[in-house]
Ligand binder design. Structure first.
Ligand code: NI
Length: 135
């Protein structure tokens, strides 16, 4: 049975330092400095406020995983990420529920190199799943 826990909200931004400054001006605290994710072509920094974890995502090259999305959507939240304690069975259950994996399972340097996968649902849009056996 699915028992996913929300880990973060992914937030796409065009200018990473200006965006982070704007978040901290609202009272967010920086949890981790920028991590360069070379597989996906993005820089990532985590922020926290009132128990909410925000993942700032900023492409550093034109062919990044999210460049097209950023062009269409501008600065915007764009996924909710969940911790999965039983990754393979959660994945197959999600597939049965209509979620389609849109990336290969691959390690995320901003998340202690845990494996993550992104999935799309026709009615909900994009989610991220982190392989996190302790969750
Ligand atoms: Ni994320």
């Amino acid at each position: 049975m699915l028992n996913l826990k929300v880990h973060h909200i992914g937030y796409l931004v065009r200018k990473k330092d200006a965006a982070r400054a704007a978040f901290t001006a609202l009272g967010y605290e920086i949890q981790s400095d920028w991590v360069h994710d070379e597989l996906r072509g993005i820089d990532i920094s985590f922020l926290e406020k009132d128990g909410y974890c925000i993942e700032l995502v900023c492409p550093y090259r034109k062919d990044s995983d999210v460049s097209g999305l950023l062009q269409r959507m501008k600065n915007t939240p764009y996924h909710i990420c969940y911790l999965s304690g039983q990754f393979e069975s959660d994945l197959s259950e999600l597939r049965e529920m209509g979620y389609l994996p849109i990336t290969e399972k691959a390690p995320a340097p901003a998340l202690e190199n845990r494996n993550v996968v992104f999935l799309l649902h026709p009615a909900l849009g994009m989610i991220e799943l982190i392989d996190h056996p302790e969750a």
